[in-house]
Design a protein around this ligand. Structure first.
Ligand code: FEO
Length: 390
């Protein structure tokens, strides 16, 4: 449980959650970290906290550097409990420490912890002098909650970015250059798709501000600290937040007796013939949060369900609910499925995709077991529609 010095007198004092697998329905198969940082200056400053269950781990790391009673300031960039859960335990050791947060942050902390603590509200443009160094605050509302802000330690060219630029990765390595870059980038994309995507407009505003700062280190609140691939992750955030999509099709479905799957394969054939990159995502074998990582840059979102009890399969319902919440924009949708008699599933899927604001292709609906000639008719129709979309 050692701290790690990331700049002179600036330490990582967070916690590693090796076992985390479910983050509000997001499959975190690589675990995560809750990153907390300690700045040792004339004023001892703790930046962000950790999940409540990891308070002892965080405090052990801090106590290797200073006595906890010496903490003067606690900068809480975000209220969500994966970053503030240990606050009450920390405050027991330094009851006179001042808690610094945005106005929404102070309000949120009061409503989470009910502590009789000293608070200071800060807004964009305000600065906190720590002695030799200064922390500058920039509010970044909705990246990820209304209270979010980032803190910039100007003298060290270090940005504490909280949820922005995070990845759910548990590792003993702390820096991006010590860890496989392809995994870090993939997990950053998954994190963006599953957490940040609905707030892309606000990300664009935050990027404008971040772009004016001289940065050598980006220290997020989850996963690896960026010091090598900063231009790359900033470019990726620019790309994702501006909704840059590829000519790529996702075929997302579940099936009862393989009839809906036969339609899915026929759709795949059409996209393959048009040289459009295609991925099949059977919801029995793909987690919805992994599917979302692919949705991040896919132009075509095709969703299929057979009809079950006048409705859609629960796996497809879960995916559509999740998709609507994450609100990707400007996609082309396609609803498909097989049915026995009622055939309601196709309309339900179509309505959900329309609710997402997608431009829709003509739906595909086949009864019982699709014959080869039925599938050929479907392919011919879809081929024509895709050609018209070019
Ligand atoms: Fe990692 Fe919005 O908390």
């Amino acid at each position: 449980m050692l701290p790690i010095e990331i700049k002179k007198d600036v330490y990582w004092v967070g916690a590693i959650d090796w076992d985390l697998r479910n983050f509000h329905g997001y499959l975190t198969q690589r675990g995560s970290t809750y990153n907390s940082y300690l700045i040792v200056d004339e004023k001892i400053t703790l930046v962000d906290n950790v999940k409540k269950a990891f308070a002892e781990e965080q405090m052990e790391r801090i106590s290797k550097i200073i006595d906890l009673s010496k903490i003067d300031y606690i900068v809480q960039n975000h209220v969500e409990m994966d970053h503030s859960g240990s606050l009450s335990k920390i405050m027991k050791h330094c009851p006179n420490a001042e808690i610094i947060a945005s106005p929404q942050g102070v309000n949120g902390l009061k409503k989470h912890y009910f502590g009789d603590w000293k608070y200071r509200e800060v807004k964009s443009g305000e600065t906190l002098n720590l002695g030799k160094r200064n922390l500058h605050f920039v509010q970044t509302p909705m990246v990820h909650w209304p209270d979010n802000m980032v803190s910039y330690l100007a003298e060290e060219k270090l940005l504490f970015s909280n949820d922005a630029f995070g990845q759910h990765i548990a590792s003993t390595e702390r820096f991006d250059d010590d860890f496989p870059t392809d995994i870090t980038m993939l997990e950053a994309a998954k994190y963006y798709a599953n957490i940040v995507l609905p707030y892309s407009r606000q990300v664009q505003k935050a990027l404008e501000v971040v772009g004016t700062l001289d940065i050598e280190i980006v220290a997020p609140s989850h996963g690896l600290i960026w010091r090598k691939n900063i231009p790359q992750i900033l470019a990726k955030y620019q790309e994702w937040s501006s909704n840059q999509i590829e000519n790529k099709a996702l075929i997302i479905y579940d099936t009862m007796w393989k009839s809906t799957e036969k339609i899915a394969v026929a759709i795949q054939d059409v996209f393959a013939e048009k040289n459009i990159k295609t991925k099949m995502c059977n919801l029995q074998t793909n987690h919805i949060s992994d599917v979302m990582t692919d949705v991040l840059n896919a132009k075509y979102i095709c969703v299929g369900s057979p009809t079950l009890n006048n409705n859609i399969l629960p796996t497809v319902a879960a995916f559509l609910t999740y998709l609507k919440g994450l609100a990707p924009k400007n996609r082309i949708g396609l609803a498909f499925g097989s049915y026995g008699w009622g055939g309601q599933s196709i309309g339900i899927v179509e309505n959900n995709l329309q609710d997402c604001g997608f431009e829709m292709l003509e739906n595909i609906k086949l009864q019982y077991i699709p014959k080869i000639e039925n599938l050929q008719t479907v392919k011919d129709g879809l081929m024509k529609e895709i050609e018209e979309k070019k």
